[in-house]
Design a protein around this ligand. Sequence first.
Ligand code: HEC
Ligand code: HEC
Ligand code: HEC
Ligand code: HEC
Ligand code: HEC
Length: 184
Amino acid sequence: MHGFHAVYLKDRGQDACTFCHETPMYRGFHADAALECDDCHGDMTTHASSLLLSEKDEGKEQSDKYLRILAPGEEVTPRRPWTQEPSCTACHENFEAPYELNAPNNWNEEEASLYRLNVDDTGMVPCAACHSAPHAIYPAISDTDNIQPLQYMDDVRTIGGGNCAVCHDMEMDYPAHHPGMGVE
Ligand code: HEC
Ligand code: HEC
Ligand code: HEC
Ligand code: HEC
Ligand code: HEC
């Protein structure tokens, strides 16, 4: 799907993706901060070539046909579909605000570290329990996507942001879930 179409959709940034994937799917804080699909997934050439390279490793000869036309640079890293995707900490090193946008080609290595399946440092709480779906990160653009923080904290921040009491009934004084998580 991506390999064949990439040949015709070079150098179009996010527009290449939205021919097929509709933009309303992407509506979290990152969209508000003007990040586009290719900032995380790579442009059409990178996105498609990463898949073709892993298929080539698995011995699929057809992939070479497209790779020759797409001619990806050396920096493109092979990626298996659905189980290797952009990684949050590629940009948010040590869970800090990003100083460099570095997501494409830094895919999660193990399936278990896919955002959807990953848990925090306590090993107990999924990332998505506090931050929501990958394309609808709190605070999302529309309050339709902020119902949980609004219901539990009367605020549109990340669950637990400035309010550990949303889950704990004792005062919590160190950021056990991950570094950088505020305790104020
Ligand atoms: C020609 C239509 C088309 C275009 C253009 C397209 N996609 Fe897709 N995409 C699909 C379809 C269809 C699937 C589901 C494929 C499947 O089930 O195997 C898919 C699956 C995916 C997946 C999940 C599989 C994987 O690769 O991990 C991601 C992520 C994705 N697309 C991102 C993008 C991004 C980012 C762009 C732009 C750079 C893009 N797509 C452009 C049609 C398209
Ligand atoms: C801030 C980074 C970021 C941006 C920007 C982004 N994505 Fe994603 N996307 C992700 C992550 C992370 C995942 C993996 C989610 C998971 O763990 O299942 C993902 C998964 C996907 C999938 C697979 C869906 C699934 O259920 O697994 C598709 C398709 C996709 N993205 C398309 C897009 C398109 C199209 C855009 C732009 C309109 C976009 N993404 C913008 C980070 C991003
Ligand atoms: C392409 C780089 C990139 C990736 C990948 C990325 N982010 Fe971000 N993220 C940003 C940028 C840029 C901002 C905005 C920084 C600012 O405005 O201060 C941001 C802001 C945030 C914020 C702050 C929201 C607030 O209230 O201020 C959270 C939380 C966040 N990201 C979580 C995530 C999670 C979870 C993932 C993985 C699903 C992720 N990010 C992936 C670049 C990225
Ligand atoms: C118990 C809730 C909770 C869990 C679980 C959690 N986080 Fe966070 N995270 C927070 C809070 C709270 C902040 C600070 C945001 C705020 O104060 O609004 C934060 C901040 C971040 C930031 C920094 C954003 C910025 O720009 O400052 C990133 C990135 C992030 N988390 C990613 C993740 C990832 C990836 C996981 C899973 C491995 C995860 N978080 C698990 C609550 C959580
Ligand atoms: C979404 C619910 C949730 C939120 C919000 C939350 N926590 Fe937790 N926290 C948990 C769970 C679940 C555990 C694990 C409890 C256990 O070990 O039985 C935990 C454990 C902890 C621990 C003990 C870790 C250990 O190693 O024993 C500390 C400290 C902590 N949290 C601090 C915080 C702080 C600080 C905040 C607010 C910034 C916060 N938590 C917000 C759910 C949450």
